[in-house]
Design a protein around this ligand. Structure first.
Ligand code: ZN
Length: 309
């Protein structure tokens, strides 16, 4: 069975050390890869996820120490939804207070308890309490006890001027189906637990978006393999008039990118080969990993990167 859904979400952050502290210490995710932005090797690219860094659990960042703050607007990701067991919402409310994290009071959305919060750059996150998620795998060696730990991505919500063309791409190409609406949010789902939700919200009275620290840069959907990805690219062109980029080798997956009709940058990433390709699963994220093409420049790259600890 082909399992559709999100592969990862990539956002822009301020200082790398603060980003690592928030996601690894405060949220208790595993740093599964420390590498550089392949298109800008003077910049970190930090990947957080579950123990194995499996697709659907990944939140990744390009940290720039002096990034100006972004401003939310139409054609952007509004919120990243993270999956936790329903019974863990109380634990998380307490933890966010204790750690001084900006958050709202718990509310309910589509029948599930939701705790909205901001990371240190103002990035919008929401912990969504899912009944039964306690049975899903979790990183048990982190700062959060496994019973409460984040399981991975639940989904994203997008802020759009016109939701229909985006909905058409979600349902026709990316494997999602309409799954109800509530308070102006249209929900789309796949059969997957991890990363199986996209919510679309109509943006009115927003200033134009400005990308910066605390903004999501792009959203990646998963494809089982190259052939599945190629078929999706073909369908984007033939049915939606959307041209994707050529395939780029991201070392841990292979990607194509396209701007969806609402303006959000989408990526389709293969599930293979995964994060254990260049370091053992037990020590994921422990050392700087570079693609072969950048290895000859390792010393200069290491010297230029801001220290993480
Ligand atoms: Zn990506």
């Amino acid at each position: 069975m082909i399992e559709h859904g999100l592969h990862h979400v990539t956002a822009i952050a301020g200082p790398a050390r603060r980003n690592l502290d928030f996601y690894a210490q405060t949220l208790g995710l595993r740093l599964v890869k420390r590498t550089v932005n392949f298109d800008d090797p003077g910049t970190w690219h930090l990947y957080y996820g579950d123990a194995a860094g499996q697709p659907g659990t990944l939140v990744t960042f390009f940290p720039w120490a002096n990034a100006a703050p972004g401003r939310l607007g139409a054609g952007e990701t509004r919120e990243i939804l993270l999956r936790v067991p329903a019974a863990a919402i109380g634990y998380w409310t307490h933890r966010l207070v204790e750690q001084g994290v900006a958050h709202e009071l718990p509310s309910r959305r589509f029948g599930a308890p939701v705790l909205s919060l901001r990371d240190r750059d103002g990035l919008r996150l929401a912990l969504v309490g899912i009944a039964g998620a306690e049975a899903e795998p979790a990183w048990s060696d982190g700062t959060v006890p496994a019973e409460h730990a984040i399981r991975g991505l639940h989904g994203v919500s997008l802020l759009l001027e016109d939701v229909a063309p985006t909905a058409a791409v979600l349902t026709d190409v990316l494997g999602f189906a309409a799954a109800g609406q509530e308070d102006g949010r249209l929900r789309y789902r796949t059969g997957a637990a991890l990363g199986g939700v996209v919510e679309l919200e109509v943006a009115d009275s927003y200033l134009p978006a400005r990308l910066g620290a605390g903004s999501v840069h792009h959203i990646a959907f998963r494809a089982a393999d190259d052939a599945t990805q190629a078929a999706m690219v073909e369908r984007l062109a033939s049915e939606h008039g959307l041209q994707a980029t050529g395939q780029k080798d991201r070392n841990y997956f292979r990607s194509v990118y396209f701007r969806e009709p609402g303006g959000v940058l989408f990526e389709i990433a293969t599930e293979q080969p995964g994060f254990a390709i260049d370091e053992p699963a037990e020590t994921l994220g422990a050392a700087l990993q570079l693609p072969l093409v950048l290895e000859p420049r390792r010393a200069a790259i290491e010297a230029a990167l801001p220290p993480l600890v």
